[in-house]
Design a protein. Structure first.
Ligand code: BDR
Ligand code: CA
Length: 316
């Protein structure tokens, strides 16, 4: 059987429990050629998310260049999410200290370098505020054509989570999101419309706990921690926001997707950070995003559990 060609990717996020799980399954899948990891300020400050990124990469044995991202949003005041991810940005089980350091260059420079040097077009998996990707497009417009697409977690066509209209990643840096959505780079959007249906439930945590590897032991505790916040809001499981941006690339058959022209609200008394779809095509624009609307929840959870289980096979 011929092996499927690996998808060249940059993992850009703000770990973050669900970012960490997204990267963990991406690495386990063997379906990606992970060229770099870059960090965003979002769930916590850039210092904390970069430290977390290095610890996560050390835990899962992902030995790729890691670079620190833009320290703050393009224009808006910085905002973090300690209520969801804790003061460290990745509270819960103790993690190994980083086995290596971040690159001496920043995220935008590293992204530009790997995109320029890659033989194939590169996909950016964006699971935090989109500051780095926007800065890349501004600083290196010539590289736009070398980006295959941006598979991003953010927004929600129907509702928000940080305000009634806005989802966290977009709200933190709406100008960055606007630049990316208006860039012409194809976008695969995993918004709250799907990610709040991609629940991993306590029975699934248990399946991961039973795997008994070093990585699975950490992942189930991350899930427990992440669920603690969501349980108080009535969720039946932990919403796997960021893992959707990875899973949709390797298992698109689990998802329902629709193309829309999506605009980003950067102003407004009530709707700053909203992702506004042109439901009926009234603007006459071609779609700029493939929006994921639904998921086969059980199959998604099975795939996630199975991918975490692969670490046991390799002694991690
Ligand atoms: C998004 O916000 C962050 O807290 C999560 O990591 C995810 O990327 C969900 O709104
Ligand atoms: Ca995130």
């Amino acid at each position: 059987m011929t092996e499927q060609k690996r998808i060249p990717v940059i993992l850009d996020g703000d770990p973050g429990h669900d970012d960490a799980i997204a990267w963990t399954i991406a690495h386990a899948s063997g379906r990606f050629d992970i060229l770099a990891v870059t960090t965003a300020a979002g769930n916590q400050t850039i210092e904390k998310t970069t430290y977390n990124a290095l610890r996560v990469c050390t835990l899962i044995g992902l030995n790729v260049p890691v670079a620190r991202g833009c320290p703050r949003p393009l224009l808006t005041e910085p905002m973090n999410a300690p209520s969801v991810h804790g003061e460290s940005g990745l509270d819960g089980p103790p993690l190994p200290e980083p086995a290596f350091e971040a690159e001496p260059i920043g995220a935008v420079e590293l992204m530009a370098r790997v995109i320029r040097e890659s033989g194939d077009k590169v996909t950016i998996v964006s699971t935090g505020p989109m500051t780095n990707t926007a800065a890349l497009l501004i600083a290196h417009p010539e590289l736009k054509e070398r980006i295959e697409r941006v598979s991003m977690m953010g927004g929600g066509l129907l509702y928000g989570n940080w305000t009634p209209a806005a989802e966290f990643n977009i709200l933190v840096d709406p100008e960055a999101a606007k630049i990316v959505f208006e860039s012409g780079v194809p976008i695969l959007m995993a918004g709250l419309d799907v990610t709040e249906k991609a629940l991993v439930k306590p029975a699934d945590f248990e399946r991961i706990r039973e795997q008994g590897s070093a990585v699975s032991d950490i992942v189930w505790q991350w899930l427990e921690f992440f669920y603690r916040f969501h349980r108080t809001l009535g969720y039946e499981g932990a919403p796997m926001h960021d893992p959707c941006a990875v899973m949709a690339l390797i298992h698109p058959e689990l998802f329902t997707m629709r193309d829309y022209y999506v605009q980003i609200e950067t102003l407004g008394d009530y709707c700053k950070g909203a992702t506004v779809p042109d439901w009926h095509g009234t603007l006459g624009h071609a779609p700029n995003a493939t929006c994921i609307m639904d998921v086969d929840r059980d199959a998604f959870a099975d795939r996630l559990v199975e991918l975490i289980g692969r670490y046991k096979e390799v002694g991690r």
